[in-house]
Design a protein. Sequence first.
Length: 274
Amino acid sequence: MKKSRKKKLITYAAITAVLAVFCFWQNNMLTVSEYSYKTDKIEAELDGFKIVHISDLHNKSFGKKQKRLMEKIKKLSPDIIVITGDIADSNHTDISKALEFVEESVKIAETYYITGNHEYWLDDGEFAEITDGIEEAGAVYLSDETVNVTKNGKSFALTGVDDLSLVNFSDRCPKLDGSKLNVILAHEPQYIEAYSVHGNVDLVLSGHAHGGQFALPFIGGIVAPDQGFFPEYTEGLHKMGDTSMIISRGLGNSVIPLRLFNYPEIVCVTIEKE
């Protein structure tokens, strides 16, 4: 009887250990997804321009000073790095951990940041600390504004829209010049229809959905914030009208502390002349 009990305990312990390793791997193995975006709205000097897109870090750590994450990004040789919100997490807030990423990313390439919903769920002091810290680190905080991103003397327009502005996107997004390529940073993907009808929105980079948290074969993501169960917009490339949207699965977790078959993701977009 004692031997049988001991055998069961060993079996349970082995199963627990295997599951622990499996879950750790699922939530810590960094993947890179690469996309090409072709457009006739850039000059030859911008052909091959690389944007590394980071979203939903949620205070997640990938080694000291984000070493593993930074090594992956550096190998991609980005022209710019964009952060589409939720770099911090309102449920387990660590502002210094969130800022650590920005402090390292600016050493690789010019970095642009917009807010996600979790930044607005912080208290006022924490919100100021993170937005001020991002700018002090040398990144550009875009708050319902447009800047020109330049390489080899040519430029395209990069617009960052606050998370609180997305529900009124048509009013809060600046007017866009249709003669230029317009890349929009917007944290939440479920507003794709608003993005597409605004006018001159060419490419949207978004996050928020965490890849649907748990991904199943032939089904995809199971649940996403603001989209509920079996959400439509969780990852990858989506098109509506003349607007393309690329959604990052993100890097960290929040309310649901585990992701399955849905590895943390770095997105790299290469803009190519059509």
